[in-house]
Structures are given as structure tokens and as C-alpha cells.
Design a protein around this ligand. Structure first.
Ligand SMILES: NC(=O)c1ccc[n+]([C@@H]2O[C@H](COP(=O)([O-])OP(=O)(O)OC[C@H]3O[C@@H](n4cnc5c(N)ncnc54)[C@H](OP(=O)(O)O)[C@@H]3O)[C@@H](O)[C@H]2O)c1
Length: 340
């Protein structure tokens, strides 16, 4: 009998500047055998997100990805085999099995997910992005009705949900993206009050006009860099900044300014509260968040933007496109068919 082949996306070379598709390789290996406490899964979907770039760049809250290593990440998968006290064969799970057709994951950490039509959603609005937006905006941001809220990467996987949650809370919401097309979608379909283009020559003025004289009470920041530098001077006194992500610094750190410049004095003068968080801080409350998110989706108040590309081979270019701003909402790729 011929052994089953496992196709995998590995890091072929560590980028020294912006990442390119050639920094990845598609390789073949044999399907692994689970060790004690592990499950073998067949992957159906995985997603591409800025943290992948950060993990390649250096040590974060996890080890740096080594050259030759399979790109890590969460996947929606079907359990093939594992320990008797783990999820049964055929169970659908969200597990950290990486960008490959077959992977191993810790049985205790695999999260069973319901069978349904929207499997990829468990990587998006009903997965880590929805949870991040929920806890970032509502708990860390403490958003209140009547506040003016600015969201960076506002059409991104986390951003488009964070902005809508602020809108649901009764805030006035301003999004920042890199295209007029994305901005139209935010204002026409997702209920943002205003949206400005960070690539426009008049970005700073457009942002100031959108925020208005009262300043921004809350800034949900996904990017850092020059976008953060543009927003902070427009914050209201005692304003709050939710530091969710620093995408501007992930891709080619050597070329990035260390910045934001001139910020410490600004923080003092405006008495700003900058609060960082990691969504896993709220692990014990994930159930509550899933319930609320599902309610808003079912009630038509929360829409999710998602793009699914076809095949494992699409992953390297998807990573490049994501960082270039050429994606909308959660960017996933299909690795294998849905279970029969
Ligand atoms: N704290 C946590 O627990 C947690 C959890 C999950 C994710 N995150 C972080 O949240 C952030 C958003 O993640 P995501 O998955 O939703 O990604 P995303 O926003 O869908 O994708 C990245 C977006 O960032 C924007 N961007 C790229 N380079 C930029 C630059 N140099 N300056 C400004 N904007 C730039 C682009 O949007 P435009 O071109 O439209 O601006 C791009 O589409 C990431 O930084 C991620 O690491 C944090």
C-alpha cells in the first residue's frame, strides 16, 4: 500500500524585508502518527493573518518560526485518530495543526465545533477574530454610547467586527483603511459613520474632519505605525487606546521607523490610557462571547466579511496580499473538502 502524502507550507527563507511568496515552499512528507495525548487531523480550512508574519519575524508570545518549519496556525479540521479520551474520529475541531493537509494537535486543546454551513466562520467571526473584537472593544475599550471611536485596519478580520460592535454599543464609528472601495463598504454596509483612506495625500486632514472638534474617545488600534501617529493627536483628553495589534511593524521591521514619534509627551498632556491585551487573557469567558456574537449575527446586527481562497498553494500569496491591504475581512484558504 502506498503511504499517504502530506502537503505542507514551510518557511523556506527568513525575509529581510517585506515578505514574498518565494519565502515559502510547498513540500511533501508522510502523514504523521499521533503521540500520547495527540490527535491526527485532516485540515479543511486555515487562515492567513498578520500574526503569522510576526511569528516569522521574531519571538512573540510563541517561538519564532524556524526555516523549514511548517507555518503554524489554527485550522478547522476533521479528527482522523487519537486517544480514547479525546475527540472521536470524524469530530470537527479548531486545532493548532498549521498550514498542512494532515497535522498533529494537542487533544486537550482541540475545540470541537458544530457541523454546519459556515465552517470557515470558526476562524473568523465565530473564532479568534470575533473574540478579539468582542473583548478588545467591550472589555478593554469599555466603549460607551455616544462616544467617538476610531478603528484602524477597519475592514480587516478583527477591525470590521470591532467597528460594528462599537456601533451596536451606540458609538459614532470612524474607520481607517487603505482604499476608497473598502471605505464605501464600511459606511454603506457595516454602519460606520465615516471612513478615511490612509493612503490619501489628505489623510491627516480627512481624519481630523471625520473625528471632529471633540476628539476621539476611543481608538481601537490594529496597526501602530504612522496610522497610530496620526490618530493620537486627535484623541480627546482622557481618551482610551486599545492596543490590539502592530501590523505596521510586522513586515520588514528593519525598514520601519521605531516610532510613533513624539508620543510620550502627547500621552501625558492628553492623559491617555493605552491598554494592550491578548485575547487569551479572556479564555474563561469565550463561551459568553460566542453566545453574544451568534445573537448579533442571527439578529442581523453583525455582518461578517470573509474571503476564502482555494487550496494550500494559495496561502503564500494570500499572506503577501493581506499585508499589502489586498484582502477584506477574514482571509482563509480551503485545504481539503468538507467531511462526507
Ligand atoms: N491582541 C490580540 O489578542 C490579537 C488577536 C488577534 C489579532 N491581533 C492583531 O490584530 C491585528 C489585526 O489582525 P487581523 O487578523 O484582523 O488582520 P487584518 O486587519 O485583516 O489584516 C491586516 C491589515 O492591516 C492593514 N495594514 C497592513 N500594513 C499596514 C501598515 N503598514 N500600516 C497600517 N495598516 C496596515 C491592511 O489594511 P488596510 O490596507 O485596509 O489599512 C491589512 O489588510 C493584527 O495586528 C493582529 O496581530 C491581536
Amino acid at each position: 500500500m502506498t503511504e499517504k502524502v502530506n502537503r505542507q507550507v514551510v518557511l523556506s527563507e527568513r525575509p529581510r524585508g517585506p515578505i514574498e511568496a518565494r519565502h515559502f515552499n510547498i513540500v511533501e512528507s508522510t502523514v504523521p502518527t499521533p503521540g500520547p495525548g495527540q490527535i491526527l487531523v485532516r485540515s479543511i480550512f486555515s487562515s492567513v493573518a498578520p500574526p503569522h508574519r510576526a511569528w516569522i519575524q521574531g519571538v512573540t508570545y510563541r517561538d519564532q518560526v524556524a526555516v523549514g518549519e511548517v507555518i503554524p496556525g489554527l485550522a478547522i479540521s476533521e479528527v482522523i485518530s487519537g486517544p480514547a479520551d479525546g475527540p472521536a474520529r470524524g469530530t470537527l475541531v479548531a486545532a493548532h495543526s498549521g498550514w498542512q493537509e494532515y497535522g498533529l494537535a494537542d487533544a486537550a486543546e482541540a475545540q470541537p465545533i458544530p457541523v454546519g454551513d459556515h465552517l470557515a466562520r470558526h476562524l473568523g467571526v465565530m473564532g479568534i477574530n470575533g473574540l478579539t473584537a468582542y473583548f478588545g472593544m467591550l472589555e478593554v475599550g469599555q466603549v460607551k454610547a455616544g462616544q467617538t471611536v476610531v478603528v484602524s485596519a477597519a475592514a480587516g478580520a478583527v477591525g470590521h467586527l470591532a467597528g460594528q460592535l462599537a456601533r451596536i454599543a451606540g458609538a459614532r464609528v470612524i474607520g481607517i483603511t487603505s482604499s476608497d472601495e473598502k471605505n464605501r463598504l464600511l459606511t454603506d454596509k457595516l454602519g460606520y459613520d465615516k471612513a478615511v483612506n490612509r493612503r490619501s495625500d489628505t489623510f491627516q486632514q480627512d481624519l481630523a474632519d471625520a473625528v471632529g472638534e471633540g476628539g476621539a474617545d476611543l481608538f481601537y488600534d490594529n496597526t501602530g505605525g504612522y496610522v497610530m501617529e496620526a490618530v493620537l493627536p486627535l484623541m480627546a483628553t482622557h481618551g482610551r487606546v486599545v492596543c490590539c495589534g502592530g501590523t505596521a511593524a510586522y513586515d520588514g521591521l528593519e525598514q520601519m521607523p521605531v516610532g510613533p514619534r513624539g508620543i510620550p509627551l502627547l500621552i501625558i498632556l492628553k492623559r491617555l490610557h493605552l491598554v494592550g491585551f491578548i485575547v487569551l487573557d479572556f479564555l474563561e469567558r469565550f463561551g459568553e462571547a460566542y453566545e453574544k456574537l451568534a445573537g448579533w449575527i442571527d439578529g442581523g446586527q453583525l455582518a461578517d466579511l470573509a474571503e476564502v481562497r482555494d487550496g494550500l498553494d494559495a496561502a503564500p500569496q494570500a499572506m503577501v496580499d493581506l499585508l499589502a491591504g489586498d484582502s477584506l475581512g477574514n482571509l482563509a484558504f480551503r485545504i481539503g473538502p468538507d467531511p462526507a
